[in-house]
Design a binder for this molecule. Structure first.
Ligand code: ZN
Length: 459
């Protein structure tokens, strides 16, 4: 593909397109053998936009990597990286050594330009903006009457979604947890919304489906905005014959249809982080190491007879295939927390799937420590599909000081990570990492608007 003596048949047409395009925007370009850099500058609505595009082509690897660095004015505002396979590269001229399909190139250029244009250099929040920006933690567990958590949320400009679940005590759990959420909601309706749950403890009862639908109707009536299913399905709960109950069991279908018909959201914590299937010393985050150390009953590495991570995820995926119009929020990064590429492929496949960040910032930090641009690109690309949540809660046991310290430590750490480019450390992982400094509009979506939109909340 690479050499001065070969001319691809489509090169002439493409070259003309290229020249036309560049003269139109009076672009300067030069080539640096296999590592090519070009700089473009043009104005849109009076704002100067600079774009530096750089291509690294490695013969051995059969691929080229394109970097687009863009800025408005003097300040660098971001970078996008694309990989293209060598099959798409075409030869243009001795001066422009290698390029991939012009159509793809132009499309990328236009997208990046628009993207860069939407992003002013000062378009990021500062650390101190934490106090003034509206935020939402859409994954909390308040199981107490006291209002300390909600008071803290008000003071820090957070709204909350309180999530119920079936823990180890069947319907009792569901009733108790939902009642606490409802109490909190009634006292502070502008701050607290709630997601209900249902139990499978009476799975084999002929009236199970009717019980569930009746209960859900009463919760919707009371204002519940969604329904949570927890990891007990697939990992703990069994039918009377002793078989595990799985989320793709057709008996769940009428329940999911009912949730969809009522325009509510299914929140699914299905499966566990991949670390759960690894020995403690191979886990990527310190919090997982602690949790599974303390909860060997959930540590699947110790239970090889249990379903694998892949099996649980594919059962979840089957549900989304069967119910493509059901609005779904995959709790804890949809249990695909270990790899943003893996998660991206699910988000591409299921347009009605979003994910929350609850209790998985450690995995985000871990990936950021090794490839910050990749993680940052992920958050920008899926800015409409990621909801901020923490899994924080209050069971009424800790002192106010302890409670506030833990809430504050999480909320402020995550704010710093998303809005600044600070070098950071966290007890969740051993390496240091740099904040993502996402644009304001992305921060606003992740920290607030996505939850409003996904759950249909009042603004
Ligand atoms: Zn949770």
């Amino acid at each position: 593909m690479h050499g001065d003596d070969k001319v691809h048949p489509s090169a002439i047409a493409s070259k003309n397109m290229y020249t036309a395009h560049h003269s139109k925007y009076s672009t300067k370009h030069r080539s640096i053998s296999r590592d090519m850099m070009r700089q473009a500058k043009w104005s849109i609505k009076g704002t100067d936009l600079f774009l530096i595009h750089r291509m690294i082509y490695s013969e051995g690897k059969n691929e080229a990597i394109l970097f687009f660095y863009y800025s408005t004015g003097k300040n660098f505002t971001g970078c996008k990286k694309f990989s293209v396979s060598v099959g798409k590269l075409i030869y243009l001229s001795p001066c422009i050594k290698i390029y991939f399909s012009m159509k793809m190139y132009l499309r990328a250029l236009i997208l990046i330009s628009l993207f860069a244009y939407c992003k002013a250099p000062d378009d990021t929040y500062r650390l101190e903006d934490y106090d003034s920006v509206n935020k939402m933690d859409m994954h909390v567990h308040i199981v107490t009457d006291r209002e300390l958590f909600v008071e803290k949320a008000k003071a820090d400009k957070f709204r909350l979604v309180n999530i119920s679940l079936e823990y180890t005590d069947g319907w009792n759990d569901v009733f108790t947890k939902f009642r606490y959420g409802l109490q909190q909601h009634r006292k502070n309706p502008e701050v607290v919304d709630m997601v209900t749950a249902f139990a499978v403890s009476d799975w084999d009862s002929p009236s199970w489906e009717k019980n569930v639908l009746t209960w859900l109707d009463s919760c919707f009536e009371a204002g519940a905005v969604g329904v949570k299913v927890w990891k007990n399905i697939g990992m703990v709960s069994r039918d009377t014959s002793g078989n595990l109950i799985f989320i793709d069991d057709e008996r769940f279908d009428p329940v999911f249809r009912h949730i969809q018909k009522n325009e509510k959201v299914l929140v699914g914590h299905l499966g566990e982080p991949k670390n759960c299937w690894l020995p403690l010393e191979e886990m990527t985050t310190n919090n997982d190491r602690r949790y599974y150390g303390n909860h060997p009953e959930y540590h699947m590495y110790l239970q090889p007879e249990m379903p694998t991570h892949e099996e649980l995820i594919s059962k979840r995926d089957r549900v989304l295939e069967k119910h493509p119009d059901l609005k779904f929020v995959g709790a804890h990064l949809g249990s695909l927390e270990y790899d943003v590429d893996e998660l991206a492929s699910r988000l591409d496949r299921f347009p009605n799937m979003a994910v929350d960040l609850a209790a998985r910032m450690g995995q985000v930090f871990y990936q950021t420590a090794s490839d910050r641009e990749k993680v940052r690109d992920f958050f920008i690309r899926y800015q409409d599909r990621i909801l901020y949540g923490t899994d924080l809660g209050d069971s009424g046991e800790r002192s106010k000081e302890q409670l506030y310290e833990s809430i504050e430590a999480n909320w402020r750490r995550d704010w710093e990570f998303f809005v600044t480019a600070n070098e950071m450390n966290s007890s969740l992982i051993d390496a240091s990492f740099q904040g993502l400094q996402l644009p304001k509009e992305v921060v606003d979506k992740i920290f607030y608007q996505n939850a409003v939109r996904w759950f249909g909340l009042e603004e």
